[in-house]
Each structure stands twice: as C-alpha cells, then as structure tokens.
Design a protein. Structure first.
Length: 145
C-alpha cells in the first residue's frame, strides 16, 4: 500500500467507490474492517494490508485509516436502497458517480480529480446548477435534496 494518504484516498474512491458502482455493483466492502498495529490477525495473503481502522493491542486506541475516509464519502450520504443515477464521468480527468436516495429523493454525487491541476465544472440537476473548482488530486461529495 502506498504510504501517501492523498494518493491512497484518490485510488480507493476512484477505483472502489466510483469504479465499482459505475459498473453496477450494489455495494463496496473492504476485506479487513479492523486490524491491530501488526496487521493482525493474519491468516495469509496480503502481509501489509490495513484495516479500515487500526486498534492498538495495548491501549485499545482506534486509528481511522484512509480506507475509513474513502468509505465515508459514500456511507454517510448514500443510504441503503439508493439507486445509481446518470452522471458524466471520466471527462477531463474527473470521475464521478451519483445516487438518488430512495427514502427522501435526496442526491449524492462523489467526484475525484485525477488531474495535476485544479478543475472547474458545473453540476446540473433538473434545471438547477452550481459551479465548483476541485483541487488537483482531491475527492469531494455533494449532497442535495
């Protein structure tokens, strides 16, 4: 795993959250939810894979890892039963996925800017729009009713 938090966040969101759900996956899960500081318990396979959180085996302190923050972009705003809706993606280095929540019709859109420079764009829904400039390498989640 890359030691760079920003690069990892961008990869997890672009590949797992956006890529998987744009490919019609109904969910995203990571294999290790919680591991200790020695990546254990370990039963084989990846020897340096982190958990979503790391629990210190002595103090019990919990550290949220980059995987936690990647999953949070979706889990906080995309509710169970949500449907993926159309969004333009992979244009000028911007990847996105959008959802409509079944319970109240609210929308969530997750974007990643894989460019080396900031990128300005507009989000339009039902005749309303807003503009935003996403910094180079950044991830953002928009939520609206």
């Amino acid at each position: 795993m890359e030691p760079n938090f920003a690069d990892n966040l961008k990869w997890f969101v672009q590949t797992l959250i956006i890529g998987a759900t744009r490919g019609w996956a109904k969910g995203v899960i990571l294999w290790n939810l919680a591991l200790d500081e020695h990546y254990g318990p370990h039963t084989g396979g990846c020897g340096n894979c982190r958990g979503v959180v790391t629990i210190d085996s002595v103090s019990g302190a919990v550290t949220r890892n980059v995987e936690y923050y990647a999953l949070a972009h979706a889990s906080r705003f995309v509710r169970p039963g949500a449907w993926r809706i159309a969004s333009t993606s992979d244009v000028d280095g911007l990847a996105s996925v959008a959802f409509r929540n079944a319970d109240d019709g609210s929308k969530a859109m997750i974007l990643v800017n894989s460019n080396n420079q900031d990128h300005s764009f507009a989000v339009t829904w039902m005749g309303r729009s807003f503009r935003y400039t996403l910094p180079a390498g950044a991830v953002v989640t928009f939520f609206w009713s």
